[in-house]
Design a protein around this ligand. Structure first.
Ligand code: PGA
Length: 260
């Protein structure tokens, strides 16, 4: 794991965007795994800027989103379809056929999930997976105790997650109880993971994920096992890490060829 601590969420998002942009320049048909929520918004804003001002080309990029609520249609304002088109895709030259988001209205959920996994494989696997983290340590919607080898499937949202996400809805009663999410096993197969976390509310989950034991009670801790995970934090999210000084010295001492 590489831990990158920046003064602000904006700076961390800019670094993340540079990593994504370099990957797209190297491989124009890059496969991105994408996330929703407040955390990746800065990254998406910066990618849009790179597209508009520096011509970053998304015409061949393929994307797979982590998750979607069950029961919300594509055009529901709280669906992750809507979120992704509003906050990212409609501002880029991405082809609609290259965008994949779980279908919250799938009639046969297991069959849909199997197809989603197959489509990811057919695309050659995910090059960079963008991740946020829940205050309970979830990645995607893999709640605590999710199996480390799980694949895309239905999950029941934890009460805390429904509370955390109620801010996007009119009231908590409207927050769906179920979702489709890529599994932890699915996420582990991506070549690079970029985990972003900002604010004090994420500090404990980050401490447990980075410096705690690898345990299903904290799903993000599995990333200790992943071959190339970069954790991009602001000061507040990093505030409970014991080895903060070490992580800073690693980042400051990176050789030029390794810098972002
Ligand atoms: P947030 O959600 O970015 O809105 O904090 C993160 C998550 O639940 O994975």
């Amino acid at each position: 794991m590489e831990i990158v601590i920046q003064k602000s969420a904006e700076e961390a998002a800019r670094i993340g965007a540079r990593i994504v942009a370099r990957q797209i320049q190297r491989k124009p048909n890059t496969v991105l795994g994408l996330a929703t929520g407040s955390t990746p918004l800065g990254l998406y804003r910066e990618l849009i800027r790179l597209h508009r001002e520096e011509g970053l080309d998304f015409s061949k990029v393929r994307t797979f989103n982590l998750d979607e609520y069950i029961g919300l249609s594509f055009d529901h304002p709280m669906s992750y379809h809507h979120f992704m088109w509003e906050n990212l895709f409609r501002h880029l030259n991405i082809a609609k056929k290259n965008v994949h988001i779980p279908d919250g209205l799938a009639k046969d959920v297991p069959a849909f999930c199997e197809r989603y996994e197959k489509d990811m494989k057919k695309a050659g696997g995910i090059d960079i997976q963008v991740l946020g983290i829940g205050s309970d340590g979830h990645i995607g919607f893999n709640e605590p105790t999710s199996s480390f080898s799980s694949r895309t499937r239905i999950k029941t949202l934890d009460g805390q997650t429904r509370k955390d996400n109620a801010r996007f809805f009119k009231s908590i009663t409207e927050v769906p109880h179920h979702c489709i999410t890529m599994g932890i096993g699915t996420i582990l197969e991506s070549r690079t993971c970029l985990l972003f976390a900002f604010g004090k509310g994420k500090a404990e989950a980050i401490r447990e994920s980075v410096e705690g034991p690898m345990a299903a009670m904290c799903p993000a801790s599995v990333l200790q096992w992943h071959r190339d995970t970069r954790v991009l934090l602001d000061e507040a999210a990093a505030s409970k890490l014991k080895k903060r000084a070490y992580y800073r010295s690693v980042y400051a001492g990176k050789p030029a060829w390794q810098q972002y």
